[in-house]
Write a protein that binds this ligand. Structure first.
Ligand code: ZN
Length: 461
């Protein structure tokens, strides 16, 4: 029996014990954003560290600091073989609204093929799938085929402050040949997905101030500028109504030109326009002219207004000229756009549009860089092959439309290819009541990781 076959056999034979172990972890309510669960955060980190020590990782520590503890574990006995850094998180979202759960959120419950609990999919189940794969190798071969460094943080749901700092400070210690981020999902039970990048984000708050106080529109209408009227014109000028192109000068200057092969790759994603319509409930789809829906959701930048505040919008009517009006908006950015440069371009453009009858303030609420990985990199393709051997289909590839700030930090500090993927499913109810993970996906995830570490070893031999 080959070493890989032994590891896979071990996984098949220990499924129920691995499920029980996951249930133990899931029963610890490690809610990072609520200080009431501080002790449970510590307990969850300690539980993971003990488990990792027990399965034979050579060094495991709990890193404490300002925020929630982080679990770091490594096995570095494969001289000359590649090193894989694996990332996941043990903190979870609050369980509210509790009344909508069919089973208690921290009493893991198996029903059919699914395991229900807060954190089952995001991200404890996925973390334990990885750990089971490492365990299978360590217990059957006494070693891993490659070197592994594992980071399981406790602040993913609350901005990862400690991790950003740790990665920047410990870049030498974390040096690796690839980073596997396991906190995502497949498109379906048999269709894995790898994100070879994510969009960045530039979030702005725009405030227009006019008169010193709210005024009567009968007395002062036509005399002073209304900040709401001005803000509306400014916001309307940001995007062309026909083409949906963003009108900020030089906005597209650094947008990478995507070649035909890559566009074809993205357009292969098995998600139809009908599916988008179904997902959104919108009467029709819309977006930038000249690009498909799949391209608009991945390789093209966007601009969205999230809210407009000020003045009067209660029931009935009130004829007020508001003293100020505020809008929150953000732009999803693609390589090689820089969020700070984009913020400045937008600020200059808005300033140019503002008449002297008002004052304008533009505040940058957040700025996150986009991430791009070469999808042809052998470490990325090996992950796709490991998926194919496990689930019957190679991974689909796209760039994630959302933003993953920690991915940008990993890329900047470690300069290694990232494989952003996961074993969840679109209907796992992340951050919602009745979160679950599908057990076949969970077991498949372990097999995929067991195969992947083997393939990385073979590729370097
Ligand atoms: Zn997550």
């Amino acid at each position: 029996m080959s070493a890989l076959t032994a590891a896979l056999t071990y996984l098949a034979e220990h499924r129920s014990r691995h499920t029980s172990a996951l249930c133990e972890l899931l029963s610890i309510p490690s809610v990072s954003m609520d200080p009431a669960y501080q002790a449970d955060m510590t307990r969850a980190a300690a539980w993971l560290a003990a488990y990792l020590h027990r399965i034979g990782m050579s060094h495991t520590e709990i890193i404490t600091g300002a925020g929630h503890p982080m679990v770091y574990s490594e096995w570095l006995g494969a001289d000359g073989a590649p090193t894989l850094l694996i990332y996941g998180h043990y903190d979870v979202q609050p369980a509210d609204p509790i009344a909508e759960w069919h089973t208690p959120p921290f009493t893991p419950t198996v029903s059919g093929d699914n395991l229900y609990a807060r954190g089952a999919s995001d991200d404890k189940g996925q973390v334990m799938a990885v750990i089971a794969a490492l365990e299978a190798w360590l217990q059957t071969s006494g070693r891993l085929p490659i070197n592994v460094k594992l980071i399981i943080e406790g602040e993913e749901e609350v901005s990862s402050t400690a991790l950003h700092r740790f990665v920047a400070a410990a870049a030498e210690r974390l040096r690796c040949d690839a980073v596997l981020l396991v906190d995502s999902m497949m498109l379906g039970p048999r269709q894995p997905l790898i994100l070879y990048g994510t969009r960045g984000n530039c979030y702005l708050e725009v405030t227009v101030r006019g008169p010193a106080t709210d005024l009567h529109s009968g007395m002062f209408g036509g005399v002073v500028d209304n900040p709401f009227n001005v803000l509306s014109r400014m916001l309307a000028a940001l995007q062309d109504g026909e083409t949906r192109r963003i009108q900020v000068p030089d906005f597209y200057q650094k947008v990478r030109v995507v070649d035909e092969a890559e566009r074809a790759l993205i357009n292969q994603l098995p998600v139809s326009e009908a599916a988008w319509l179904h997902l959104t409930g919108a009467p029709a789809l819309a977006g930038e002219a000249g690009f498909t829906v799949l391209e608009r959701a991945s390789i093209r930048p966007t601009l969205d207004i999230h809210g407009i505040g000020g003045g009067f919008s209660g029931p009935g009517k009130k004829t007020v000229i508001p003293a100020q009006a505020t809008a929150k908006l953000s732009m999803r950015l693609v390589p090689d756009q820089d969020p700070h440069e984009i913020a400045e371009l937008a600020r200059v453009f808005l300033q140019r549009l503002a008449p002297p009858s008002v004052t304008l303030t533009v505040t940058v609420l957040s700025a996150s860089h986009p991430v791009l990985v070469d999808y042809r990199h052998p470490a990325v393709q090996a992950a796709s092959a490991a998926f194919a051997a496990t689930f019957g289909n190679p991974a689909a590839f796209t760039i994630g439309g959302g933003t993953l700030p920690i991915a940008a930090t990993f890329q900047k500090c470690l300069r290694a290819p990232l494989i952003i993927t996961g074993f969840g499913l679109p209907d796992d109810n992340l951050h919602a009541p009745n979160e679950k993970i599908s057990l076949p996906s969970l077991f498949g995830g372990s097999e995929m990781v067991a195969r992947y570490v083997s393939a990385l070893a073979d590729s370097s031999a």
